[in-house]
Design a protein around this ligand. Sequence first.
Ligand code: 2RA
Length: 351
Amino acid sequence: SRPNLALIGATGAVGTVMRDLVSTRDDIWGEVRLVASARSAGKVLRVRGEDVVVQALTPEVFDGIDIAIFDVPEEVSAVWVPIAAERGAIAIDKSGTFRMEPDVPLVVPEVNPLDARDRPRNIISTPNCTTLSMMAAMGALHAEYVLKELVVASYQAVSGAGVAGSARLYDEVEALAGDRAIGQTAGDVRKALANRLPEESPFPAPIAFNVVPWAGSYKDGGWASEELKLRNESRKILGIPDLKVSATCVRVPVITTHSLAVHARFEREITVADAHRILEAAPTVVLMDDPANGVWPTPIDVVGTDPTYVGRIRQAVDFPNTLDLFVCGDNLRKGAALNAAEIAELVAGEL
Ligand code: 2RA
């Protein structure tokens, strides 16, 4: 019989994309159960063309469920993912709670699908959206040229902070629209927003007309949590425990789709033609690299689609083993819901 799927966090930004994916991809599921916080229970949402009533998160909600995909805050995952797993569901968790635990695989289906088989706790983690935005491309290049070092700068979209993140950018843009005096004196945007939009922002600085060199929570040494995730998760997914990684994560006024500028050093010399050959052959990567004709990926052309887009590939002038490149990936799709759906489909194939 067909496996039953539960989506936990069905009403959030990722949950919304998750429902869309389940409704549009090959339908392999029996029941699709929608679960959310008590506040959202009772809402009626569409999945696979049908109305489904959202259920509150309780232990019993996992009864009869084969696979449960969680997209909820870390503290909710910490409590409820083990409950789902104990009740017999394979839990696929999008939060950071279990990603680095040695007995929980961290899976990107086109890079390390076999890791999904070894899941002693019945839990599989899916990476942070920033890591995921580059993983399909970096995994393909690593398979042939052996990655040694990554230096990354991110340009992260506001929907990475959920529905509230997107709402904030729309609100700020609306509050500033038409004011042609704004953005010309230090602090004038802050002042205008304090007057016109007094509600608290999910971001630590204005995001309209700005870039904010901070994403995530504060960590020792002045790192932002997103920067350390990029390092630790890349090592685990690629299976390179000593991969050298350094990152700066920046929030930009884009609604959805994270971009990354990547400086990647390999074990041996790699040319632009080598990279083109590999990335053209990678099924989930789209190469958009014809700079003489203005062809490279941008977030607004990528949003709402599944692949990882790569362009601006250059062999670093002073480092022949190193490529500089620009990657874009929809942070709610491959960065979140799509990767989880692909893991679920992978695992469902074994059931
Ligand atoms: C962000 N990566 O973009 C985060 C979401 N987990 O904010």
